[in-house]
Ligand binder design. Structure first.
Ligand code: MG
Length: 253
């Protein structure tokens, strides 16, 4: 009887540890001194804060150099239609230069945090395929294949990551318009959807899990929403407030 009770408690514990929601810092942990969105320091701070992952946004310049930035333009320079020589001159708000993906990865190698790499939607499928090929090539070169996950709003880019990345690399789709069954059919790891999409379709979380997929939700910054997502058994929460989420997951009030 005692043995059964111990085994039961152990299985509950294992289940709890294995299924605990993981923290992904949105554009790195940037809401802290010395950091800004998508800078190298924000990734380092996400690593120091023991986040599961640090998300970043990637563009391919006109001359095929990958850069880490969210918006299509920064200080009037186009991430997609200008040359790397112009983008490389740009400075971020914290004084860092706007990083190439190469520079970003060479620092990532020294850390443990996983990289959640978002390829932004580009002007053509051809450019997106080229960007996917360049990203996967760099990830292999820096020996980071076991530490990356790919995400995109573009269905074409998502399918290209699924086609070209190592089969063990997770690929999530961001756009919110495909059901779990449709995602499963294209070989996706699962939905990485906006909070409002999952609140509208709460059944999609259970359905994804039943199909053997994982669920990520963005961008969850309010405590009540974090608690809702945790209660739903969501696997990953992408947030601008990683410390708050860590506190909630540790059972703090
Ligand atoms: Mg992003």
């Amino acid at each position: 009887m005692k043995k059964i009770l111990v085994l039961l408690l152990l299985s509950v514990f294992v289940d709890k540890v294995c299924t605990q929601t993981q923290v992904i810092a949105h554009r790195g942990f940037w809401k802290t001194e010395g950091a800004t969105q998508n800078c190298i320091a924000a990734m380092q701070k996400a690593d120091s804060a023991k986040c599961y992952g640090s998300e970043l946004d990637v563009w391919l310049s006109k001359d095929n150099v990958l850069f880490v930035n969210h918006d299509p333009f920064y200080k009037g320079v186009s991430m997609e239609n200008d040359k790397s020589s112009a983008i490389k001159k740009l400075k971020l708000a914290n004084g860092e230069k706007l990083p190439t993906l190469k520079e970003y990865l060479s620092e990532a190698r020294k850390l443990n945090v996983r990289l959640i790499i978002e390829l932004k939607k580009h002007s053509s499928a051809k450019r997106e395929t080229r960007a996917v090929e360049e990203i996967i090539g760099l990830i292999k070169k820096y020996n980071l294949e076991e530490r990356v996950e790919y995400i995109s709003f573009s269905l074409h880019a998502t399918k290209e990551f699924i086609r070209l990345a190592s089969p063990s690399t997770p690929v999530y789709y961001l756009n919110g318009n495909l059901s779990p069954k449709e995602l499963k059919e294209i070989g996706c790891t699962g939905p990485d959807y906006n909070l409002s999409v999952l609140k509208k379709n709460p059944g999609w979380i259970k359905e994804s899990h039943e199909l053997g997929m994982k669920v990520n939700v963005w961008t969850v910054n309010k405590e009540a929403d974090m608690r809702w997502a945790i209660d739903q058994g969501i696997d990953f929460i992408t947030t601008d407030e990683p410390l708050l989420l860590h506190r909630i997951l540790k059972g703090g009030n």
